[in-house]
Design a protein around this ligand. Structure first.
Ligand code: URA
Length: 239
């Protein structure tokens, strides 16, 4: 994530915030080889090469993007004060500071992208690009055709109708139903709330697809690098 240069310098232990501002004004700080004198210039730790008096203070991290199959009962954060398992623990072998692109609920499993590429992460989550995300949801009961239609055309959540969605019935247990739902928004607990709103609470939820990226047969708790072809497709989505 982009942060102000003087804040990054202070956090890196180079100087106090006040001293860091002075170093910047004195022209002693460069970002990617350019002298920066403007206070508040935004930089990304790990991605921008920041030097003070020509000394590199910010280690450059290569860009790393992985896809994780988040298991149920794992938080999409780096730390939980209540000690619950987090996605950060699942990817701890990766040296780069990667973070999740958006979130999956604690009880949702499936495809989660993690990256240290702040710009990519920001774009992927921006409503402007409306990246489609596909979920398999086991819902209670047997929703009628009209109910599926209302999920498709939009339901009211917090006084705002959800955008059109794709909804397909893909199976039934006799008592409950499996749906495949593709949404382009990323509202909080959206799939669960949509299904709840039409009277069919979600019993299980798994994300299987994020734009061009598919979960495939990745086992819960494991991850893999995105292939160069997948990276290329992802970048095209937000170009
Ligand atoms: N919708 C939900 O309800 N939960 C998720 O984790 C993702 C989408």
């Amino acid at each position: 994530m982009a942060e102000r240069l003087q804040v990054v310098l202070a956090r890196a232990g180079v100087a106090s915030r006040h001293q860091a501002e002075r170093l910047i004004r004195e022209g002693r700080v460069t970002v990617n080889g350019q002298v920066v004198r403007k206070l508040g210039t935004h930089v990304v730790w790990g991605q921008d090469a920041i030097r003070v008096d020509n000394r590199l203070i910010c280690r450059l991290e290569p860009k790393v993007t992985v896809v994780l199959n988040k298991p149920k009962r794992v938080l999409s954060t780096s730390h939980d004060p209540r000690g619950r398992p987090t996605t950060a623990e699942l990817v701890r072998k990766i040296k780069a500071h990667i973070f999740p692109v958006g979130r999956l609920d604690y009880h949702t499993e499936g495809l989660l992208i993690l990256t240290n590429d702040g710009e990519l992460a920001q774009h992927l989550q921006h409503p402007r690009y409306g990246i489609p995300k596909t979920y398999r949801a086991k819902v209670k009961g047997m929703p009628a055709a009209e109910v599926l239609q209302s999920l498709r055309s939009g339901v009211m959540l917090d006084s705002k109708r959800t955008a059109p969605a794709q909804v397909k019935k893909i199976g039934t247990t006799g008592k409950n139903t499996w749906l495949e739902i593709t949404i382009k928004e990323g509202r909080n607990r959206q799939v669960r709330r949509m299904c709840w709103a039409v009277g069919h609470p979600v019993l299980k939820l798994k994300r299987t697809r994020y734009g061009p990226i598919r979960l495939g047969d990745l086992k819960p708790g494991t991850y893999r690098d995105l292939t160069p072809a997948e990276m290329e497709k992802l970048r095209k989505y937000v170009a």
